[in-house]
Design a binder for this molecule. Structure first.
Ligand code: SF4
Length: 327
């Protein structure tokens, strides 16, 4: 069950684990970005620094009103909205093909969705939330791409969905570049269970696209499949869909297990259903059976290894190892 992975290219806010470029000269620590350095090619960028605001600098904020939203530096009264938009567009113009973005949360430049909007440049509470100015250029240019902020990536389910999309799309880009339908057949076959968990109806439609009954040109088949793949992975699987896939996969071992082994697996599935264990518990039982019985139909399924194993580790903050909780 050892899978090899392509190396995705990810644009990251430079202040996350790369540079002391925040307005006050700080750098943000992020376990997942630090861990990913070994597994992805990062392109760090700091819009505020690279458009010439310097470090340290007076902070900027988004000010909203009838005249629309503006990026204002209250201490100087500067409106840097146009400069930021120009920088973002020219930076994105120069990018090589990329597979995803990890952006600093809540920043008026990089934040996604959760950035405060103020009524004016002076002190006062926020009046709403929006995307940062750099982030909105990214989202407009790459509407289908995995784009997350580092704050949300601390949530295990969001992180799992982001990494699954990142590695799946990255692998698909190599398939699409090859323009070979047999590469697409292999890709679809290996991702079958993972796609079933995300969207069973679309998984079947994608199977028909791969079969290509009308004998249309490979490039068109691949483009159609790409659109379906984006749609299929747009939301994380429901736990009930994951359970259906787990039970479906267990069917391959129906005649090879004793009563206690089946009961042990079903107990793990029930605990997952009740939210008492993560999906890793029943998945790991299936993985052990795949190895034990050499089950070739499941051996290459990405459902069991959607991204490198090392990235499945918990955030150290979630762990209590090394701490004596009784002293
Ligand atoms: S949030 Fe974006 S613009 Fe702000 S310091 Fe970090 S990288 Fe630079």
């Amino acid at each position: 069950m050892v899978r090899s992975f392509v190396t995705p290219t990810v644009v990251v806010s430079r202040c996350i684990e790369f540079d002391h470029c925040r307005w006050n000269g700080d750098m943000i620590t992020s376990h997942i970005v630090d861990r990913l350095k070994e597994f992805v090619d990062f392109i760090p960028v700091c819009a505020e620094m690279e458009m010439g605001l310097g470090v340290p600098r007076d902070p900027i904020r988004i000010v909203g009103g009838k005249a629309g939203e503006h990026l204002i530096q209250p201490a100087t009264g500067r409106d840097v909205s146009d400069e930021m938009t120009l920088f973002a567009e020219s930076f994105l113009d120069t990018l090589p093909p990329v597979d995803g973005f990890i952006l600093k949360n809540k920043s008026p430049s990089c934040g996604v969705k959760e950035v405060k909007v103020y009524a004016g440049p002076d002190k006062g509470g926020s009046i709403g939330k929006t995307d940062g100015f750099f982030a909105r250029a990214v989202l407009a240019r790459y509407p289908d791409m995995p784009v997350e902020d580092e704050g949300r990536l601390r949530n295990m389910r969001i992180r799992d969905h982001f990494l699954t999309r990142l590695y799946t799309f990255s692998e698909f880009q190599t398939v699409q570049a090859s323009e070979r339908l047999n590469a697409l057949v292999r890709f679809h076959s290996e991702n079958k269970l993972m796609l079933m968990a995300h969207n069973q109806t679309l998984e079947r439609e994608m199977g028909r696209t791969v079969a290509n009954p009308d004998r249309i040109a490979p490039a068109l088949v691949l483009e159609r499949y790409r659109e379906q793949l984006i749609h299929a992975l747009s939301t994380a699987p429901r736990y009930t869909a994951n359970i259906n896939v787990l039970l479906h996969a267990s069917g391959y071992f129906r005649d090879r297990l004793n009563h206690e082994e089946k009961a042990f697996f079903l107990d793990a599935v029930q605990k997952y259903r009740e939210g008492r264990v993560s999906i890793c518990a029943p998945k790991n039982i299936l993985k052990a059976w795949i190895v034990r019985f050499g089950e070739e139909n499941l051996d290459n399924q990405t459902f069991f290894a959607p991204y490198p194993d090392q990235l499945m580790e918990l955030d150290p903050l979630d762990l209590d190892r090394g701490r004596d909780l009784w002293t």
